[in-house]
Design a protein. Structure first.
Lengths: 841, 206, 466
């Protein structure tokens, strides 16, 4: 932020007092900033003014005499004189309120919004005592579902255009619209075309009355019964949220407007995910192997409930046994990406500093090496999308996976002067808002990036034509470039992506936003829950001494990643595996290896909130606290730290993840020296090179969070942070002319644990389908809906096909984690890409 | 009920091509749909949405704003009787009442045989010829009760040859031969002054 | 066809004596054809314009003080000057949505002389560098659409529209567009929304003129049909000749549609500013007086949106300023004459109902207020009025268009003018327009309202021809 200059400040007189407005600022906002609240219904700071409700009329003299003006549409001009309390203003506002009420039902006692309704509040504060309107009010059919999660009660609607503007302007899903005219105007969908938007829940939040209600919250609570706290949603964006509960149950999650991140928006998947928290299948007590009578016997077939003491003791003795028999390398930890940053640190300390193993991996074969991710110069989201900048997308479709980032990108593409170059193998939900779609063939993205960076754009590279290569180079030229990078397809290994990163690092002005899956993955990589790394973005080699001094011990050599651990389990060298909220059976790209690996382990210890398929086969199960059931700090893709607050108690005897680590350490006769998340944070701040200067007070105090590393030298005496070095480029795999190259990506609604434990979302996950370009489909004789057999070098699966213009030629797309067919069967992690052949049945 | 016929799709494409942005063609295309079916069917709206690249909800939003678009079947002949002030002064309401009595339906209703729909409409710009009405947007002036009865007879008997079926407005379409077309001017592409302005600088100086 | 008579092919138009600037060709049965147009000087104005520089054409129009005929009466030459320099493309939108109650002159101009309108539009495009023209015709006017379609087809074939017009550099397409029934679309920003395929809801102001930001966000000139129809004559005859007609501030002629209780209702081309209401309503050359045996009660001087006038305003000239000073407007040139048989409450209700039905629904006061006004007027008219209804009506009016309004006491003390132009709590003047008939009728005929509320008797209305 540059300091405001005189030209940016506009003097305005509000109710006789001179105040300072920012140039171009709307009068309604300037007044609010200066403590004068003007009532409003249609104005929303994140959407364009429409001036529809007329509630914000105030008397303004901008040099041509005083008159009533809607303050939500009026940019401040120097010398403006405003009277928000004059008789004229009051009369106009009372008049508008009366107009709004004449057709508004008096059902506040049964309305979800009752108690937090601006219309109700206004009426109480200023409204006429008695209605002068004696006729029958307007009537519509009572609440109608307009989507799976949202109900619309048109009688309550005051036609403020917020939901409809959100749908078209913000989400780009104009599926609800005004219909009819004049006093008959209503909001509605097209017949039989629901408001199927990933963002529909936001309309419920911004509706100023109770016209839009969310199914998961309807009639569940009265606003005055709710307790609330501002927190952070544990997704890679670190969306700011307000968590609301009643009687120790989370009942609602609302977005909080943070300039830096989500601007108040949330995806439906996150907003309604609280349904899972109170699901009756939550793990509420520790479980161990036992017999059918419920006795905890070492080799029983059942999981039986037990005490924490017994369960922790079992876990500790399994670890001790492995340590004695095979050394620290015979123990591994998979997962941890969903923990708080503090818990991640504590688990890293337990694994690396107590047990002494470096077999720790928070990513399940679908991420990027921490040595790369933590070494890249990062940007903030806002700077990445500042006017005049360029964004490269080499990541999963943000609309499907990182919804609020998608909304920010969409806004920047529509409103701002930014260019977007898409390198991901298929087009994203941004559609035509993308400046250039240079959709690289899986395996060739490194070469494509190289061609763009070097300006070698005269021949086709990796399925991208010269015209697109040139357009991409032009779109990036002379702009500050931010590469948003992740793993767009698990059927393409990380190598080509790292090659692309290496090419982009050569651009003159470039930074990165690593966008990987799983809630707090940035925290996990920062905290060293990954082989070869230690907390604070430093390596074993670089930071070993420092941590050895602090912790007592640190592994000498780099350990195994998830694939390595599972293979080691199969060959017997790894005998105890801890699953930290991880479900390799469902979530590791090689399902077969996962199942053989887990089966071969002598002991599997699972820390989780649900009994996923992997957990169901564990030997010791430790129930963990979920979102809003514990406190800590979240780290988002920018490295932004923000507080995660506790709102309710965990169910049963479930415990916070950090505490489980501390207890396990205790049972291993070690003292981690950590008593609380705060004490964990103090240690992080004291030790981690990247976190120097980020005290807990500072994190809590900053409204938009705090981005690390801090730009000072508080950490000068600490080990150096890792720096990026380009690896040997991956070899390009030739295309098999008869095959299609596989893309395995993810969609918002899938068979994932949380979605499946939310009543309003579980059924929204479609069946698996294979999509390909219509011309490819035609060449194979495949029509829409045909069942096809898809065969890779490894296996074949059967599923229905769908021709889709958005898929470039020569590629086939199958979403992961959908019912009907498991695309992972086709993927061989040993090959860079997977080619498949498709045949009709 | 029905999407646009192939012939009408050709016409629709011609119309769309005249506008800098496809959505501008929405109202003409909805008229085309109404011309085809006598009303604007849901499927036609979906089809129009595809043709101009918007959602069906947006098409319905526009369609429902304009009262000429009928979203349900109406009579072959839609009789619009004006009752606005000039006509009211000279018997417009009485004429409407007579029409309702003769046809046996209230304003807004359609006769059982599906031939007539009566509407009570706002000023149709023939105020000096009051009371007046339109049948499928063809005027009748100074309409007496007898005139109205005669009109109904004529329509029933197919004698009112100037009145096409409901949905047809102009019976001649604009056509622009390819070599005569100056070309649409898209707002984002054409950013230069047109050639016939000899010196835009001169204008700037003014 | 003789003078002083209806023309059979142009019902409503009265071919009176006086200068003819826009209706000159109406006397010909085939005035709408290209052949007739060319035979009577059609497109000469365009040719003459093309011989001069675009800026000099703009200068002529500015000099002529051609006032807009759509309602607001803003000088066209000045409005044209609001196009920001250097921003391209610019568009022309011809406002042929004529729907104001009582108004119809644009329909006749489009039906009877489409080539004159095409020529006028091309002259505007040439003068300002407008690169595409959209001719927006009201949806209900099937014949006007048809005549324009035919005229455009002829003109394209004759090289008068399209690429390299008359062999010059001027290349402009004129696209016939038509609406689907919504009065509000006549408002210029709603017209642009509608032309973009949207619901016809007015846009926020500022910007106050689409000339700055209009169609697709580009500079756009919106002019009324009659305004543009004046251009060929002005270019052919020069600004001085134009100003020789009419008054100094309102030069030229204007088309007025006089309807209601006059002997010879019709659309007249009348010298602007010199003729008075009395002459127009009573003169032999015009309407020839109130229908036999009756006398004037009130008249609407400029379309449904205009506050009403009464016999004492008859001597005002047909000129914007004095009419405005007297508290009303010439608006769209629609005069509705009502004699003593007219029920003031019923007339008021009918006009208010129009606004209630035509509100676009965007602004709360207009959406809810106009239909509430209608409800109250309806119940008063039905003999179900309540004491206090009159003041409540005025108070609701005040919330749509802040007053002050005359009270019963004012009426006793001689009349207080209705505030004009109206103040608004809304985006556009539609809602506030609904207040005009209410305040007009109540301040003059409060006793009729009271009579209905207390005596509950209907005033008999005679519904017969002139
Ligand atoms: C509610 C409303 C309705 C209007 N209807 C029309 C109309 O039907 N025709 C018209 O030409 N102008 C109409 N206008 C005026 C236009 O907004 C605009 O001023 C006019 O088209 C400009 O053309 P002019 O400058 O040539 O008069 C209307 C304005 C309002 C506020
Ligand atoms: S005043 Fe009425 S018509 Fe005008 S914008 Fe507002 S709601 Fe629409
Ligand atoms: S808040 Fe300003 S008009 Fe609604």
């Amino acid at each position: 932020m540059t300091a405001p200059t005189d030209a940016d400040v506009v003097p305005v007189t509000v109710n006789g007092v001179e105040v300072e407005a920012n140039a171009g600022e709307l009068l309604i906002d300037a007044c609010e900033r200066n403590g004068v609240y003007i009532p409003r219904f249609c104005h929303h700071p994140r959407m364009k003014p429409v001036g529809m409700c007329r509630m914000c009329l105030v008397e303004v003299d901008a040099g041509r005499g005083a008159s009533l003006q809607p303050s939500c549409m009026l940019p401040c001009t120097p010398g403006m004189i405003v009277d928000t309390e004059s008789d004229l203003t009051k009369k106009a506002q009372d008049g508008v309120l009366e107009f709004l009420l004449i057709n508004h039902p008096l059902d506040c006692p049964v309305c979800d919004k009752g108690g937090e309704c601006p219309l109700q509040d206004q009426t109480m504060a200023y409204g006429p005592g008695e209605s002068r309107f004696v006729e029958e009010k307007r009537h519509y059919e009572k609440p109608i579902p307009i989507s799976d999660t949202v109900y619309l009660d048109r009688e309550r609607c005051i036609l403020c255009d917020r939901c409809t503007r959100f749908a078209s302007e913000v989400a780009g899903d104009p599926l609800i619209h005004f219909q009819d005219r004049g006093s008959q105007t209503q909001v509605n969908t097209f017949p039989d075309e629901p408001f199927a938007s990933y963002f529909s829940g936001n309309t419920v939040q911004i509706c100023p009355v109770g016209a839009l209600t969310a199914k998961p919250y309807r009639f569940k609570a009265r606003p005055w019964d709710l307790e609330e706290v501002d927190s952070t949603f544990p997704n890679p964006m670190g969306d700011r949220v307000n968590v609301q509960s009643s009687r120790d149950r989370v009942l609602r999650i609302q977005g909080v407007d943070s300039d830096a991140t989500n601007w108040g928006w949330l995806t439906d998947r996150d907003r309604f995910s609280f349904e899972a928290l109170s699901h009756d299948q939550r793990l509420v007590t520790p479980l161990v192997r036992g017999d059918s009578l419920g006795n905890a016997t070492d080799d029983g077939d059942e999981l039986v409930a037990t005490s924490w003491a017994v369960a922790v003791e079992r876990a500790a003795s399994a670890i001790t046994a492995s340590l004695e028999a095979g050394g620290a390398e015979s123990i591994g930890v998979i997962g941890g990406a969903n923990l708080t940053t503090e818990a991640q640190y504590v688990w890293a300390k337990l694994a690396k500093g107590v047990i002494g193993t470096d077999n720790v991996d928070a990513q399940l074969g679908d991420g990027l090496p921490a040595q790369v991710v933590t070494a890249l110069p990062r940007n903030t989201i806002s700077d990445a999308m500042a006017p005049g900048s360029a964004v490269v997308l080499l990541v999963d479709d943000p609309k499907e996976q990182f919804g609020t980032l998608f909304l920010r990108l969409r806004h920047a593409a529509v409103e701002g002067d930014i260019t977007i170059v898409e390198l991901s193998p298929i087009a994203s939900g941004l559609g035509s808002l993308v400046t250039v779609g240079a959709h690289a063939r899986p395996g060739d993205v490194g070469a494509v990036a190289r061609a763009i960076v070097d300006g070698r754009t005269d021949v086709e590279v990796g399925g991208v034509e010269p015209a697109e290569l040139q357009a991409a180079a032009a779109a990036l030229a002379a702009r500050a470039v931010t590469v948003i990078v992740g793993r767009p397809s698990v059927a393409e290994q990380a190598g080509p992506i790292i090659d692309a990163i290496a090419a982009f690092t050569e651009l003159e002005s470039v930074s990165f936003l690593p966008l990987l899956r799983r809630g707090n993955i940035s925290g996990a990589l920062d905290m060293g829950l990954t082989p070869g790394m230690l907390p604070g973005r430093t390596t074993l080699a670089e930071g070993g001494e420092w941590y050895r001094a602090a912790w007592g011990t640190v592994p000498a050599d780099s350990g195994l990643d998830t694939a390595g651990m599972l293979e080691a389990a199969v060959d017997g060298s790894l005998t105890t595996l801890v699953l930290l909220g991880a479900d390799p059976l469902a979530d590791f790209p090689d399902a077969d290896l996962a199942s053989r690996g887990l089966a071969a382990c002598r002991t599997v210890i699972a820390v989780d909130i649900f009994a996923s398929s992997s957990v169901a086969n564990a030997d010791v199960v430790l129930p963990a606290a979920g979102f809003a059931e514990g406190a800590g700090t979240h780290t988002n893709l920018e490295g932004r730290l923000s507080p995660l607050m506790q709102k309710v108690n965990p169910p049963g005897t479930a415990r916070a993840d950090w505490l489980i680590a501390a207890e396990l350490a205790w049972a291993l006769r070690a003292d981690l020296g950590i008593e609380s998340p705060e004490s964990a944070w103090a240690e992080i701040e004291r030790l981690a090179p990247s976190h120097a200067g980020a005290t807990v007070e500072q994190v809590r105090a900053a409204h938009d969070g705090l981005v690390i590393p801090r730009p000072d030298d508080a950490g000068a005496d600490r080990p150096a942070m890792v720096s990026f070095s380009a690896p040997v480029p991956t070899e390009i795999v030739p295309v098999d002319g008869y095959a299609l190259r596989l893309v395995a990506d993810r969609r918002l609604y899938d068979q994932g644990t949380i979605v499946q434990h939310c009543a309003s979302m579980a059924h929204q996950s479609d069946l698996a389908r294979i999509s390909m370009h219509p011309l490819d489909a035609a060449a194979l004789g495949v029509r829409d809906g045909d069942l096809v057999r898809v065969t890779s070098a490894r296996a074949s699966i059967e599923l229905p096909a769908r021709p889709d213009r958005c898929v470039p030629r020569g590629r086939a797309v199958i979403p992961l984690n959908r019912a009907g067919a498991d695309v992972r069967a086709l993927i061989d992690l040993a090959t860079v890409v997977t080619d498949v052949r498709v045949a009709t049945l | 009920m029905s999407r646009l016929s192939p012939e009408n799709v050709t016409i629709a494409e011609e119309i769309i091509a005249r506008y800098p942005r496809p959505k501008s063609a929405l109202i003409p295309l909805l008229h085309l749909a109404q011309e085809q079916d006598g009303h604007v069917a849901d499927d036609a709206m979906t089809h129009v949405a595809e043709l101009v690249g918007v959602t069906p909800a947006e098409v319905l939003g526009t369609c429902s704003f304009y009262e000429m678009f009928k979203r349900h079947e109406v009579g072959t002949y839609v009789v619009n009787v004006c009752t606005n002030i000039s006509c009211q002064l000279l018997g417009g309401e009485e004429l409407l009442h007579h029409a309702e009595t003769v046809l046996g339906v209230k304003a807004g209703g359609t006769t059982d045989d599906g031939l007539f729909t009566i509407e009570d409409v706002e000023c149709i710009a023939a105020c000096t010829e009051a009371p007046c009405l339109q049948v499928n947007y063809r005027y009748r002036y100074h309409v007496t009760n007898d005139d109205f009865d005669q009109l109904v007879d004529d329509l029933r008997a197919g004698r009112a040859t100037d009145v096409p079926e409901h949905g047809v407005l102009a019976t001649v379409r604009q056509r622009i031969a390819g070599d005569r077309l100056a070309g649409v001017v898209p707002p984002e592409v054409a950013t230069e002054a047109p050639v016939w302005l000899p010196d835009p600088a001169e204008e700037r100086a003014r | 066809m003789g003078v002083n008579s209806y023309l059979a092919h142009a019902p409503g138009y009265v071919d009176n004596e006086g200068p003819k600037i826009v209706t000159g060709r109406f006397v010909h049965e085939d005035s709408h054809t290209l052949a007739r147009s060319l035979a009577t000087g059609g497109y000469d104005g365009l040719k003459r314009a093309l011989e001069q520089s675009p800026t000099s054409i703009h200068d002529i129009v500015r000099d002529a003080t051609l006032l807009g005929r759509g309602g607001a009466g803003f000088p066209a030459g000045v409005k044209w000057g609001f196009c920001p320099p250097g921003v391209w493309p610019r568009y022309l939108v011809v406002n042929g949505d004529e729907s104001e109650p009582g108004t119809y002159k644009d329909r006749l101009l489009m039906q009877r002389d489409p080539h004159q309108l095409i020529e006028g539009s091309l002259i505007a495009c040439y003068a300002l560098g407008l690169s595409q023209c959209f001719l927006y015709v009201r949806g209900e006017m099937a014949l006007a659409q048809e005549r324009i379609a035919i005229a455009l087809n002829e003109a394209y074939d004759a090289g008068l529209v399209g690429t390299n017009i008359l062999g010059t550099d001027l290349s402009v397409d004129i696209v016939l567009h038509w609406g689907a029934g919504a009065y509000i679309v006549g408002e210029e920003t709603a017209l642009i929304e509608s032309l973009e395929g949207n619901r016809g809801m007015p846009r926020l102001k500022p910007p106050f003129f689409p000339a700055a930001i209009g169609l697709y966000g580009k500079p756009t000139i919106v002019n009324n049909v009659e305004t543009l129809a004046n251009l060929p004559w002005i270019i052919n005859n020069g600004a001085a000749a134009y100003k020789a007609f009419g008054s100094e501030t309102s030069p030229g002629t204007r088309m007025f549609a006089v309807s209601g209780h006059v002997k010879r209702p019709g659309v007249y081309e009348v010298e602007h500013g010199t003729t008075t209401f009395r002459e127009l309503l009573y003169g032999d050359n015009y309407c020839q007086g109130i229908r036999a045996g009756h006398e004037l009660k009130m008249f609407i001087p400029g379309g449904g949106s205009a506050p009403w006038f009464f016999p004492e305003q008859l001597d005002l000239p047909l000129e914007a300023r004095p009419v405005g000073a007297a508290g009303s407007m010439l608006g769209s040139g629609a005069i509705v004459v009502m004699d003593e048989t007219t029920d003031a409450v019923k007339a008021c209700l009918r006009v208010v109902r129009f606004f209630a039905r035509e509100s676009c629904g965007k602004c709360t006061p207009c959406r809810e207020g106009t239909s509430w006004e209608e409800t109250i007027l309806q119940r008063i008219h039905d003999g179900l009025g309540r004491p206090g209804d009159i003041d409540m009506l005025l108070d609701i009016a005040d919330n749509i268009s802040p007053g002050p309004y005359p009270t019963a006491a004012d009426e006793a003390n001689g009349l207080d003018a209705v505030p004009f132009p109206p103040k608004q709590t809304t985006i556009c003047p539609l809602g506030p327009s609904s207040v005009a008939p209410i305040t007009s009728a109540i301040r003059r005929f409060r006793h009729e309202f009271e009579a209905k509320i207390t005596a509950r008797e209907l005033i008999p209305v005679e519904a017969t021809g002139p």
